[in-house]
Write a protein that binds this ligand. Structure first.
Ligand code: MF3
Ligand code: CO
Ligand code: CO
Length: 272
């Protein structure tokens, strides 16, 4: 029998449901591995969307972004988000957008299989990047890693934001406030909100089965963003570069399990 998820109660999954999340999570991670192979100067962001579309359909999966949210006046029109350079998130793939050497691009995929969502993104460097650009991208991954490494029963949502914010700001980057991680399972975006800034010990307490994303966006300049007239594309207000990484994870009895790893991938949970 399906359990009711009360309003504002964190998405908390049964062991059987977590198994469904492992299946879709591994598939989502594999999508990004396939995307990585085609990233090079000269391709368009539509080429990336076409690949995600094709692989998703071949698996019998569904792209949750397409038409999201249901009933909206401005549903998202593509299978994935492609966010280039100063685009923070929710960039719309387009045949008119060709990648150039030195660009950075975040590709964010969310397939569903049997109703479960696997939400993950990575920022790729197109060709060769300046050292300070590479530093932003590497630091954004590290901030996500440190945030995730906080997760264990008895800890709090604020521990994640604190770890991310202290590291990111210590490295001279800013942390986006308007967008956050989220509970996920049979729904795409549910409680709790996982802020990427915060204070240790604040917010929801982690309990086994709680399932959510961690998806920090770090900017080289100002943390503030604005949404363009297409109703989706989020850009930094100062047009500074922005990078993002995202995993879907679940709280275990002893710590955390990353659900969006591909076969053979490892994840370092150390905090030194
Ligand atoms: N995948 C995004 C996230 O991390 C959400 C994208 S919503 C879409 O939450 F409609 F833009 F696809
Ligand atoms: Co995502
Ligand atoms: Co997400």
């Amino acid at each position: 029998m399906a359990r009711r998820r009360r309003r504002n109660q964190p998405v908390t999954l049964t062991p059987t449901e977590v198994e469904g999340m492992r299946v879709v999570g591994k598939f989502a991670a594999g999508l990004l591995k396939q995307v990585e192979k085609i990233i090079e100067p000269g391709i368009t962001t539509e080429d990336i969307d076409a690949l995600v579309h094709e692989l998703t359909e071949a698996r019998g999966a569904i792209s949750a972004p397409l038409g999201y949210p249901a009933g909206s006046a401005h549903p998202f029109p593509k299978h994935c988000c492609t966010s280039v350079n100063h685009v923070v998130c929710h960039g719309i793939p387009s045949a008119r957008h060709t990648l150039r050497d030195g660009d950075i691009i975040n590709v964010d995929v969310t397939p569903t299989i049997d109703g479960f969502h696997g939400d993950t993104s990575r920022t790729f460097i197109v060709g060769h990047a300046e050292p300070e650009v590479r530093r932003l991208v590497d630091d954004t991954y590290e901030s996500m890693r440190l945030g995730i490494a906080q997760v264990k029963p008895g800890g709090h949502v604020g521990d994640i934001g604190h770890a991310i914010q202290v590291f990111a700001e210590g490295r001279g980057h800013s942390v986006v406030r308007q967008f956050a991680g989220h509970g996920i399972g049979q729904i795409f975006h549910g409680p709790p909100t996982i802020s990427h800034v915060g204070r240790r010990g604040e917010g929801e307490m982690f309990v086994p089965g709680m399932t959510f994303t961690v998806e920090p966006m770090l900017n080289m300049g100002d943390w503030r963003c604005q949404i363009l007239g297409d109703h989706w594309t989020v850009v930094t207000i100062d047009h500074s570069l922005s990078a993002q990484f995202e995993h879907t994870l679940t709280v275990t009895e002893t710590g955390v399990e990353i659900l969006t790893l591909a076969e053979g991938d490892t994840f370092d949970l150390s905090v030194e």
